[in-house]
Design a protein around this ligand. Sequence first.
Ligand SMILES: Cc1cc2nc3c(=O)[nH]c(=O)nc-3n(C[C@H](O)[C@H](O)[C@H](O)COP(=O)(O)OP(=O)(O)OC[C@H]3O[C@@H](n4cnc5c(N)ncnc54)[C@H](O)[C@@H]3O)c2cc1C
Length: 375
Amino acid sequence: MNTPLKATSVPTALGIRQFVDTHILPQAAQMDQEQEIPRALFTEMAAEGLTGLAVPVKYGGTAVDYATLGAIHEELGRGYASVQNACTVFGMVCKPLARFGSEAQKHKWLPAIAAGEVIPAIAITEPMVGSDIAKLETEAVQEDGQIILNGRKKYITLGQIADVFLVFARLNGRGVAVLVERGTPGLQIDPMRGLMGLRANMIAELTFEHCSVPVENLVGKIGFGFTHVANYALDEGRYTTACGSVGLAQACLEQSIQYAGERFQFGEPLRKHPLVQKMLSEMITGSKAARELCAAAGRLREQGDPAAITETLVAKYHASKTAVHAADHALQIHGASGCMSGNPVERFYRDAKIMEIIEGTSQMHELQIARNFRL
Ligand SMILES: Cc1cc2nc3c(=O)[nH]c(=O)nc-3n(C[C@H](O)[C@H](O)[C@H](O)COP(=O)(O)OP(=O)(O)OC[C@H]3O[C@@H](n4cnc5c(N)ncnc54)[C@H](O)[C@@H]3O)c2cc1C
């Protein structure tokens, strides 16, 4: 057995708040403009324990509890949505790897990911298959101890820089999850630019043409790919996306309160006008309610309660809508100044909408919540 690796410093929400204020907020506009998170920021995030949030301590991670994880993602969402979503992706790869991966896979990948040396990505979506993941078309064939992949993936966050991809495919009609390293012959990576929001996600399209990896790269059993590995990853991603959305709503609120205090119209600061107060009140109420839903989901997740799945769906559904609503009000309160590129609320507006699409669209949440409540 390998000697357990020493964990990096255990992050706290307060510590990450300071990190966000000094390392993320000052360069958020630039990351959005350049459509890129600098590699150096991942190294700094690793030093804070942020790349190992979902990695067990035994494998060099910080494995924080769900309440702390949620509070950290709220801080990250307040800082910059693309950085928050990058951390979501780290969790969506590391959580299933820690649960379904072989010991060899865990030893190879988890410590390196936690240390910020390896960037992971999760590849589910395809050009012809989005929400209906049971219909994925990427094909896997098992031959002479190898898994051979053919197919395409699209909109893969961090795809432009990722070192390892957790790829979902169909083997004899059954779902599989496979680890594919960057540089594997038959894997082509094409950067996609021009996203409306979450512009620094560094998304890419992946093409697999007779891309062959050892059968040892399968994560979990054949047939578990969609039902267990993908669903576990998406459930984890929904929780941190919900918390990140609360942070984004909070950023909208803070920016709006500040502006409404500085901008005078009709002889008074905007914040004294009842209709502006109405918008601010809705933002305060909405973000508080979303935070409470996230906290409820976090408590159930920590207890391993099966009800956590529905509670997480509810939290993500409400929090992403709250972020959109808050960004809409923030832009309204800022008037023309908020419509200019470079103004943070213009970015919040673009970023917020995408929270309703990633990790399951709002409509998929509505359908799933209705099903879980046996409607
Ligand atoms: C910034 C960004 C980052 C992303 N990162 C990743 C990533 O890292 N990995 C990855 O695999 N994917 C990623 N995605 C893709 C994302 O997961 C998908 O966009 C999402 O799952 C929805 O799929 P789709 O866009 O193909 O929409 P579709 O599934 O085609 O749906 C289009 C619209 O129709 C609605 N709709 C579909 N079916 C129904 C129905 N039965 N009833 C009612 N309405 C329905 C949907 O809600 C949606 O509004 C990313 C996307 C974005 C924008």
